[in-house]
Design a binder for this molecule. Structure first.
Ligand code: GLY
Length: 373
């Protein structure tokens, strides 16, 4: 089944290369991707999908298309187009870092190191955190951290490995610690974001941006935590991060509906019209495979997590994928921003990316581009 799903995805992505041209897919409306000019947080996922396809097929067409996107990311970096946020890791891990990992392209490595330095500038020493959004000193955003940022820390860890400069690791680990302390709650659920006093670092409180309420657990935020803490463990071998990833994974899996694909928020009332977020389940399916790879062979929970991957992926392929349909997207029923009134309930490019990464992990043990192999 995995093989058939991958082949179908590869065919669609091949068609999309011409269809998308130099532009980047974001989320869809009426079955077609809304495109942009590499100026959003989502643009790395298209690049990452092209690299995954190249590695899977060996087909030069994918390598050329992926390399073209990296040039676009170089231009974006030079012009600093919409880079005043923490999502630098999503953008440059899956584009220029992927190029380095796959092709050993030194210019890709250099660009990625520059991107890591740019992310480092978001560290606020007085507060002791990486600021999620907005410029330094921003009245509203200056004190906010966000759970999604855990997926951007691998860029810093990687730069630390590459350069030997301990600062990257120190800052990434401090951000992971702060996220664990303030974003993950005692019952293993999570806040989407948390505010601090930017001058003193005093904690103020949790708040949501895309979730149902301030105290609810936004499903995709929980998913970023599952995968992000597993990656923090890979880089640091700090067992606390592995435990946190497990706790968050348990919380996620225990609250899934019958078809094993998450609703958009674990606290949203479920009615006939409640949206799923297939992208959250795809992220967790890839993240769980990372997590399982770090667990002892005799860990009692391995089977539970392995079953979690199988059940989620089987349902995604059978009930949510676009296999055998003539579509641009791979995975239906993602939710971007239900709270903000943006719920196209359709394709999201990151859902497509993590679905493909999870499938390839299952099929041949391939990985994404979060770390060197
Ligand atoms: N990182 C933004 C989102 O997950 O929607």
């Amino acid at each position: 089944m995995w093989n058939k799903a991958i082949e179908d995805a590869v065919d669609k992505i091949r068609t999309n290369i011409n269809r998308f041209g130099t532009r980047f897919p974001h989320v869809s409306e009426d079955g077609a991707y809304l495109m942009n000019d590499n100026d959003d947080w989502t643009n790395g996922f298209w690049s990452g999908m092209l690299w995954l396809c190249y590695e899977y097929t060996g087909d030069e067409e994918f390598r050329l298309a992926a390399s073209r996107t990296v040039e676009d990311f170089r231009r974006r970096f030079e012009k600093k187009t919409v880079l005043d946020h923490h999502d630098i890791g999503f953008l440059y891990s899956l584009s220029s870092k992927a190029q380095w990992i796959v092709d050993k392209d030194e210019s890709g490595r250099q660009l990625t190191l520059q991107a890591a330095d740019h992310l480092l500038k978001r560290w606020r020493p007085e507060g002791g955190y990486i600021q999620a959004w907005g410029p330094e000193g921003d009245e509203k955003e200056g004190g906010r951290i966000i759970i999604d940022c855990l997926m951007n820390l691998p860029l810093l860890f990687w730069a630390g490995q590459q350069t030997g400069d301990p600062e990257y690791y120190q800052i990434a680990a401090m951000q992971a610690d702060k996220s664990r302390r303030y974003l993950v709650r005692g019952d293993d659920s999570s806040y989407h974001t948390f505010f601090f006093d930017p001058k003193t670092g005093e904690p103020i409180g949790g708040a949501t941006h895309q979730g149902y309420t301030n105290g609810s657990t936004w499903t995709r935020g929980q998913a970023w935590g599952v995968y992000g803490f597993a990656l923090a463990y890979r880089y640091t071998q700090n067992p606390v991060y592995l435990e946190t990833s497990k706790r968050m994974a348990r919380y996620f899996l225990e609250r899934l509906p019958e078809d094993y694909v998450a609703y958009w928020d674990f606290n949203a009332p479920v009615t006939d019209g409640t949206s799923r977020d297939s992208s959250a389940s795809a992220i967790v399916a890839a993240g769980l495979q990372e997590l399982i790879g770090h667990m002892d062979k005799d860990d009692q929970e391995r089977t539970y997590f392995e079953q979690g991957v199988m059940k989620s992926m089987t349902s995604l392929v059978q009930n949510y994928s676009t296999i055998s349909e003539n579509t641009e997207g791979l995975l239906k029923h993602g939710s971007y921003h239900v709270r903000g009134g943006l719920s196209p309930d359709d394709y999201m490019i990151w859902g497509d990316y993590f679905y493909l990464e999870a499938l390839i992990r299952l099929e041949n043990g391939g990985r994404g581009y979060w770390y060197e192999r």
